[in-house]
Design a protein around this ligand. Structure first.
Ligand SMILES: C[S@@+](CC[C@H](N)C(=O)[O-])C[C@H]1O[C@@H](n2cnc3c(N)ncnc32)[C@H](O)[C@@H]1O
Length: 228
């Protein structure tokens, strides 16, 4: 296990974290489907927040953002529709119960499509395929809320990945980026190496070669700023 003292602030736009967690205590639950690598949030909080700042995660799942933010002495509020721990507030992120200009940083790792069943809640955006325009329309409602609650000149960061399924590629990242650009100023795009996804088996690697497609090797981490 990587030790906390080995943590460094990333200096390039390619981040490769071999494990979900760092240190000896859990950050989120690495068994939660779609859990975010804790290093991503650690790196972002180091760069864009200070002690005492309010960090918000509108889709915080198993609470990785809550654990990392608390450890770094940030205030934190985590919402989700699927409640797996009692410090997460049940809420649909298309309507965030916070005041305008109240958050210092927002992190979100949203569903990428309808590839994972997070809950039976019909409001879960993970029930909509990224091949449908509705997916981006619903995520845009979340974007509007993030833009509203974030303080001016503060940063938000969003994790998303493209999709290749049944011989069809969808540039989910680019399609979401187009919506984000309407509300935020671009700062950077980081590629996060993917590990441990279910298709990371020799069977799938051989299929990818034989049938001439690519397995997803990275996710996007979009970093953007609210400029007014
Ligand atoms: C990729 S997971 C987030 C994982 C989380 N960052 C973690 O480390 O555990 C996406 C989350 O979005 C949540 N979600 C989907 N639609 C939502 C909505 N409309 N409002 C709030 N949360 C939603 C799902 O329940 C799921 O937990």
């Amino acid at each position: 296990m990587q030790d906390k003292k080995d943590l460094i602030i990333e200096s390039t736009t390619l981040w490769d974290f071999p494990r979900q967690n760092y240190g000896k205590t859990a950050h989120g639950d690495n068994k939660y489907n779609g859990v975010t690598p804790a290093f991503i949030i650690w790196n972002l909080l180091q760069r864009y927040t200070e002690e005492g700042d309010l960090v918000v995660d509108p889709m915080c799942g198993s609470g990785t953002t809550i654990d990392v933010a608390k450890e770094l002495k940030r205030k934190v509020i985590g919402f989700d529709l699927n409640i797996v721990r009692n410090d997460v507030i049940k809420n649909d992120s298309r309507n965030i119960p916070l005041k305008d200009n109240s958050a210092d940083f927002v992190f979100i790792d949203s569903p990428y499509s309808n590839n994972i069943t997070y809950s039976n809640d019909e409001r879960c955006i993970g029930k909509i395929s990224c091949e449908s325009i509705k997916f981006y329309d619903e995520l845009e409602k979340v974007i509007v809320e993030i833009a509203r609650i974030l303080k001016p000149n503060k940063v938000m960061s969003w994790v998303i990945a493209d999709q290749w399924i049944k011989k069809k590629f969808t540039a989910t990242g680019f399609l979401l980026w187009q919506r984000l650009e309407k509300y935020f100023e671009p700062m950077d795009i980081v590629c996060i190496t993917r590990h441990n996804q279910t298709s990371n088996t020799s069977l799938w690697h051989n299929r990818a070669r034989r049938f001439n497609f690519y397995l997803r090797g990275f996710k996007y981490l979009f970093i953007m700023k609210k400029n007014k």
